[in-house]
Each structure stands twice: as structure tokens, then as C-alpha cells.
Ligand binder design. Structure first.
Ligand code: GLN
Length: 204
């Protein structure tokens, strides 16, 4: 049909409550996924993978509870849905979050501790090249914006990337991937591609 887009890729949702979900939808579609905005439990039920975008974690938290999707997301994570969180999305996946606003909650699932806005007001945003063995060479040019860092790695999680000073900025644990930075803001989509490989492998 004219104007329709045919794809053979998996159905992958992007939690579209707040933040840069449109950029993730574009990246996923460009990689051949059937990318869909997810705001409601029925929409979540249709996906084989989910991206939680960057934005403001306290707002994503509030809206997800208001929209009644927080509990379904937690249940899907527990059942093994592949989920990739960037920046605020990483915060939403962390079991423990430092420097929250009062009452702020996360979905959890990732056995890590993160600190919000860990780079302070002096270095709100910066860019650097990261070696990420699971995506191979060359180094990935990574954009950090009011980013969190992983301050504690539980036994089940492992680091995918660290800054030169050793601080962990990308992690993986079974069905879950999180990055402090924003690959959707550059033209290098190897992390999204890696996530889609996981989505295919898990076959949720
Ligand atoms: N500082 C934001 C938060 O705490 C995250 C920033 C981002 O997603 N770029 O949610």
C-alpha cells in the first residue's frame, strides 16, 4: 500500500511518556524494527522489546504510575522482556537510585546502584569516545547529558563500558541493557543494533 512501511523486524516499543522517545523510534525503525510508541498496558503487551528513553526520570516515574503502566513494565521485566534504558531510562531500570527527588521510584530489575546527575553542574554535558567490547571497534562517540553513573554493580550485572577514570557508564544483565549516554543522538547505532540482536535471541 502506498506510504506504508513494510518491516520484517521485531515489534519493539519505546516508552513514550516523556523524553526523547521520537529519536529512539526513528533509530529502531531505521534498523528494520517495527517501532511503536508505548503508553498503555495493551501497547506494552504487543512488544518483544522495550526502550526507555532519556529525559527526566522523576517525570517518567510519575507519569508511568499515573498511566498505570509502571506495574506492567515491572512485571514484563521480571518475565524476561528485553529492555534497553538510556540515561533517565537507565535510572528507571536501576534497583537503587541515589539523589532522587522525594518519593521517586524506579521500575528496577537491574542489580545496580546509580547516582542521578552524577557529573554535577560543572560538567552537565560532555562527549567522549568509549571502548565497548560487545560492539567492537571503533570506539563509540558517546554523548552525556545530565547523566547518571553506575556507583554499584551487583553480582548479576556486568559493565559494558567505563570512562577513563573507571566509572561505569554501560551495563548489561540478562535481558536488560543500560547506558548513561545517548546513542540515539549520534549516527552510530551499534548499541541499538546490539539490543535488537538480544531481542531476536530472547524471542519474547
Ligand atoms: N538527569 C536526568 C534524570 O535524572 C537524566 C538526564 C537524561 O536522560 N539525559 O532523569
Amino acid at each position: 500500500m502506498a506510504g506504508s512501511r513494510s518491516t520484517t523486524g521485531p515489534i519493539v516499543g519505546v516508552l513514550a511518556l516523556q523524553g526523547d522517545f521520537r529519536e529512539h523510534l526513528n533509530v529502531l525503525a531505521s534498523l528494520g524494527a517495527d517501532a511503536r510508541a508505548v503508553r498503555r498496558p495493551e501497547e506494552l503487551a504487543a512488544v518483544s522489546g522495550l526502550v526507555i528513553p532519556g529525559g527526566e526520570s522523576s517525570v517518567i516515574d510519575k507519569l508511568s504510575r499515573l498511566f498505570g503502566i509502571a506495574e506492567p513494565v515491572k512485571a514484563a521485566i521480571a518475565r524476561g522482556l528485553p529492555v534497553y534504558g538510556t540515561c533517565a531510562g537507565l535510572i528507571m531500570l536501576a534497583d537503587t537510585v541515589l539523589d532522587t527527588i522525594e518519593g521517586q521510584q524506579s521500575f528496577g530489575g537491574l542489580d545496580i546502584e546509580v547516582r542521578r546527575n552524577a557529573f554535577g553542574s560543572q560538567t552537565d554535558s560532555f562527549e567522549t569516545d568509549l571502548d565497548i567490547p560487545v560492539i567492537g571497534k571503533p570506539a563509540l562517540h558517546a554523548v552525556f547529558i545530565r547523566a547518571p553513573v553506575v556507583t554499584g554493580l551487583g553480582a548479576r550485572a556486568h559493565a559494558l563500558a567505563t570512562l577513563a577514570d573507571g566509572r561505569v557508564v554501560a551495563v548489561e544483565q540478562d535481558n536488560l541493557i543500560g547506558t548513561s549516554f545517548h546513542p540515539e543522538m549520534t549516527a552510530d547505532y551499534r548499541i541499538h543494533r546490539y539490543f535488537l540482536e538480544r531481542v531476536d535471541a530472547v524471542g519474547f
